[in-house]
Design a protein around this ligand. Structure first.
Ligand SMILES: *Cc1c(COP(=O)(O)O)cnc(C)c1O
Length: 379
């Protein structure tokens, strides 16, 4: 089955009791048993919920994975992966990392005796030399946020395989429509469902997909024990959002491409970060592992002061100034003071994240209006 068909149909069956074509919202905390221990597979809603079950099957199918689990947020999913580790374990991470992931690793799990190192993963040799006998996990984000670097998932998976180390990929930016890490050798895919998968800026949720039954059993155990589960209403909203994921992504990508080229040719713009450019340093890998190049773009102005960047952000009318990304409406953000404020400035600068960097999440509005908005704001 191809992607668009899976988005609409994978895991979804008309409700057996009524024939309702849409998965019902099972708003219940418990399930009646006919005798102690005799039930229909559902005991308590932290452990199982039929609305969540359908969503988990659907997201697993979109990632070409066997097992899917949903969480109350993307960070709830990341937290679950961290709980697979034990004191003494080491984790090698992409250096240009989502701020919240950096925060939970360094401010919470480091205190539990897990060691994290951050490397430029566009250099595979650097990744290999960072792996030690204690490395239990390689954590990949690609495209990276907000520098839009591309990490070679297959290359990393081969290296990790030689060292008997797991690979987890945060696939939030690419979505399962553009990139499927499990097919490229990764062991675990993590999503902030909040972004493109839900797609309408109205839900916070996370997901994990794997092909390993052993891993999934442990992940389900942690999901049930720690309890970071999404509610059935949110599962319904996400199931509804997913039905247009492929259609939305095509438009995000098309608008993204037009805006990337518009910005690149603008006389007041110094540099545009978008993996679709032929001269992007990792373009060949992006071309190999992604279907298209996504709707996320970062850029810096010729005037590299923070004031100049703030001025553009203030003047934008259709782009709303907000954290988050991947919704149908266009957003603009200032990573240094917003999404990435929890990363120390020196470390931000090391990965190229300057105070003047502007990040755009390109929505699905009419492209002419978006370009006109950027034109009047940049001047
Ligand atoms: C937003 C985001 C997260 C965290 O997800 P939440 O749903 O906000 O908890 C993790 N990784 C990336 C790349 C993100 O953009």
């Amino acid at each position: 089955m191809k992607f668009g068909t899976k988005a609409l149909h994978a895991g979804i069956i008309p409700d057996p009791s009524t024939g309702a074509i849409m998965t019902p919202i099972f708003q219940t905390s418990t399930y009646v048993q006919s005798a102690p221990g005799e039930h229909k597979g559902y005991e308590y809603a932290r452990t199982q919920n039929p609305t969540r079950d359908v969503l988990e099957k659907n997201i697993a199918a979109l990632e070409n994975g066997k097992f899917g689990r949903c969480f109350s947020s993307g960070m709830g999913a990341t937290d679950t992966i961290a709980k697979l580790l034990k004191p003494g374990d080491e984790v090698v991470c992409t250096n240009d990392l989502y701020g919240g992931t950096y925060r939970i690793f360094t401010k919470i799990y480091q205190d539990y005796g897990i060691k994290f190192s951050f490397v430029d993963m566009s250099d595979l040799r650097e990744v290999e030399s960072s792996i030690s006998d204690n490395t239990a996990l390689v954590w990949v984000e690609t495209p990276t946020n907000p520098m839009m670097s591309i990490v070679d998932i297959r290359g990393i998976s081969e290296i990790a395989g030689r060292h008997d180390t797991m690979v987890a990929v945060d696939n939030t930016f690419a979505t399962p429509y553009l990139q499927n890490p499990l097919d490229l050798g990764a062991d675990i895919v993590v999503h902030s469902v909040t972004k493109y998968i839900a797609g309408h800026s109205d839900v916070v949720m996370g997901a994990i997909v794997t092909n390993s039954e052993t891993l999934d059993e442990r992940i389900a155990f942690i999901q049930n024990s720690a309890g970071a589960i999404p509610g059935p209403n949110d599962c319904f909203l996400v199931l509804r959002g997913i039905k247009t994921l492929h259609v939305r992504m095509d438009r995000h990508c098309l608008n993204g491409e037009r805006i990337a080229h518009f910005l690149k040719s603008h006389p007041l713009v110094e540099r545009v970060f978008w993996p679709g450019f032929d001269d992007h340093p990792n373009h060949q890998i992006a071309k190999k592992q992604m279907k298209k190049y996504g709707g996320m773009i970062s850029f810096i102005l010729k005037d590299d002061s923070q004031e100049a960047a703030f001025d553009v952000m203030k003047k934008l009318k259709i782009f709303s100034l907000a954290e988050s990304l991947g919704g149908v409406e266009s957003l603009v953000g200032h990573p240094a003071s917003m999404t990435h404020a929890s990363i120390p400035r020196e470390q931000r600068l090391e990965s190229g994240l300057t105070d003047s960097l502007i990040r755009l999440s390109i929505g699905i509005e009419d492209i002419d209006d978006l370009i006109e908005d950027l034109e009047q704001a940049i001047g």
